[in-house]
Design a protein around this ligand. Sequence first.
Ligand SMILES: [Zn+2]
Length: 249
Amino acid sequence: MKQCPNPCPVVAANRNSMAALRAHLLEGYQCLDAWLALSQLVTDVRQRRDCLERAAVLAPENEDIQVAYLEAVLVVEPDNRAAITRLNEIRTLRLLSDVKTSHFHEQPRARLLGDILVSMGAISPAELREVLRTQQTGTPITTDRRLGQLLLRQGLITPSKLAHALIIQQQERSRLRIAPQVLGEYLVEQNYITPQQLELALAEQLRLDQKNQRLSLGQILVRLNMISESLIERAAREHDQAFWAKYGY
Ligand SMILES: [Zn+2]
């Protein structure tokens, strides 16, 4: 899997050429710009949704892209309640992010992750409330990732427990089509790795993240000898080819 610089020079030169963008992606580039450019070129609403889904996977922390993806989901499935709820949640939090309204900050977007951790018995409801309450005085928790980091930093949970909770959350959201399928899920679905290996790799990613070492899930799976570099490249390529095959290219 090759990473592109941002902005990507190939996309800058070929923004309006579907063939050039397709060729670029099929060379194995994980290119956010290319998926965004494609999402503007395609005319089929499902195809547009799928392009934004790929972009959303590559930029999980980019709220604009998550919103664009959810809006595209709603064009295809106007009654997707989960997507409507999630979109409203993001919009409300955005409106409130500059306003210190303690009342609303007690119901952060991370609620689901917090609920999962409580239901797993990883933390108590009182601990969760305490963490969310102390956050009111600082920057509000706007992402699940931040809640997770905070709990890790305070030693309230282990990376393994957080990894388990994040996997449950991702599965729930994918099932409801409010989050795109990430590479890790695809690898499990295609039996390249087991769910246990995915969880171990995610826990390792969280551990490294705490030491400010950012590695992709793919890099970690290779490092832990759970998959070879050539196999993960093959899987990523299959994932891309499946996309094009679906639309008859
Ligand atoms: Zn590129």
